[in-house]
Design a protein. Structure first.
Length: 454
């Protein structure tokens, strides 16, 4: 079957896709009840379950995972003898962060400058819509040629591992010949890309205690150990002068041999201010895909407004360490913990708590499914060839699936290209990318079914 009928069908379905994505974005499905009501995630999960049921999926279920969230599962049988493909996305999202900085409400889909804005439009509610578009296009053009399982995770952004643990306890559930993770993205808009590697992640909270209680900074400052100042010094020990991550015992000199990321393009994509230098050494691809990177993602300290002249007795920070392929996330956690414990100044008491952890991932891009994907991308993106890139982010489920199903071929595609600004304010998705990648996925499923029959 040629690309034309599939592409025309997907194009005709785009108004419905926009309406459905608007409904999904409206759910404030941040999987942290301390920030948003749990009912928002439950409502989003219900929406996904209803959508799968409406598409003819059987065995649709809301899976209660060990971290207290729900993943949504459904199975659509294929023709006799056809392979089974698992399609993954997640419906939970990052919090909107600095909501006043959004140019439109974060939980209201808004079209602007040819893009659709809203939290989760690209990461990863748009991925769910991409899967639905592909399946609907196939149903309208001869039928879905493979068995399809869909799993929509409810806590991917929190890194709490609910779906990983559930899959380990029910290994038969997600068995598939190929797995398409719809949570990556093209290197840039219009350049079809599969993601070959993911950095893993470990998340730690560190608390420093120095005094029984806060003290007057005039009466005691200068001799009393300030916990906040100790924390600043401790966190500074995690980077060299040029910004390179420096965790004792953790190597950080690997190189990336694939698609390169020009510094000028990276500065533009990251919106680095004029005159501000990039951090680290090596190529940009080395730094974001092949080497560890530490980020202080939160720190408890008095806000400027309302601050009092006090020496702080306690300070707390949350630290994310991205772990590249070739490293074990558990070992990296031990090294980071030891570094924090040994570098705290002035004998400050250190408490380290692990919040989350996920292993890095490396795909086998030589597997037969990648041949089917390359052909699909060539047709969906005329004039372009499939590229392979790394991704600095983490999808902990990938390693769990690779360990549970070593014979399965795992492919990563998605909507999170640089302009999408995932995890930041004003997240958006390109509707053209959504359309082309839905076409890609539909053609891939056709190609993969044909290759397995042969």
């Amino acid at each position: 079957m040629t690309a034309r009928p599939i592409s025309e069908t997907v194009a005709s379905l785009m108004p419905r896709a926009k309406a459905e994505l608007s409904e999904l974005v409206a759910f404030q499905s941040v999987a942290d009840p301390a920030q948003f009501p749990k009912s928002e995630c439950e409502a989003a999960a219900g929406w996904v379950a209803d959508a799968l049921t409406a598409e003819g999926f059987g065995d649709v279920a809301l899976l209660d995972t060990p971290d207290g969230t729900q993943s949504v599962y459904g199975y659509l049988p294929g023709p006799a003898g056809a392979p089974t493909v698992l399609l993954y996305a997640h419906y939970d999202v990052q919090p909107p962060l600095d909501e006043p900085a959004w140019l439109s409400p974060p939980f209201e889909l808004t079209e602007r400058d040819g893009r659709w804005f809203g939290r989760g439009t690209a990461d990863c509610k748009g991925g769910l819509i991409m899967h639905l578009l592909a399946l609907r296009a196939l149903k309208a053009n001869g039928g879905v040629p493979v068995g399809v399982k869909v799993i929509a995770e409810g806590s991917e952004e929190q890194g709490t591992g609910g779906l990983e643990r559930y899959a380990e306890e029910h290994p038969e559930l997600l068995v598939a010949d190929a797995i398409v993770i719809g949570d990556a993205g093209n290197f840039r808009v219009g350049l079809p890309t599969v993601t070959a590697t993911l950095r893993g992640m470990t998340m730690l909270r560190v608390t420093l205690d120095t005094l029984e209680g806060n003290l007057h900074s005039g009466q005691f400052g200068g001799a009393a150990p300030d916990a906040l100042a100790a924390m600043i010094q401790l966190l500074a020990s995690l980077r060299a002068e040029d910004g390179t991550t420096t965790v004792d015992g953790l190597a950080g000199d690997a190189s990336w041999d694939g698609l390169q990321y020009p510094e000028e393009d990276f500065r533009k994509d990251a919106k680095v201010l004029d005159g501000v230098e990039l951090i680290g050494s090596g190529t940009v691809a080395d730094r974001i895909w092949a080497r560890p990177s530490v980020t202080v993602i939160g720190i408890d300290c008095p806000p400027v407004v309302g601050a009092t002249p006090s020496v702080q007795a306690s300070a707390r920070a949350q630290i994310s360490l991205r772990v590249p392929p070739g490293h074990d996330a558990a070992e990296a956690t031990k090294l980071l913990t030891a570094h924090l414990e040994s570098h705290a100044p002035w004998g400050a008491r250190v408490t380290v708590e692990q919040v989350g952890q996920g292993q890095p991932f490396r795909a086998d891009v030589t597997s037969p499914a990648y041949t089917s994907m390359a052909a699909a991308m060539r047709m969906a993106f005329p004039g372009e060839e499939m590229q392979t890139a790394g991704m600095g982010g983490s999808i902990p489920l990938c390693n769990t699936l690779a360990q549970l199903y070593p014979e399965s071929e795992i492919l990563l595609i998605g909507l999170s290209e640089p302009e999408a600004q995932i995890h930041a304010v004003n997240e958006s998705v390109s509707p053209e990318e959504l359309e082309r990648l839905a076409v890609t996925e539909a053609l891939f499923l056709q190609n993969y079914a044909a290759s397995r029959q042969g």
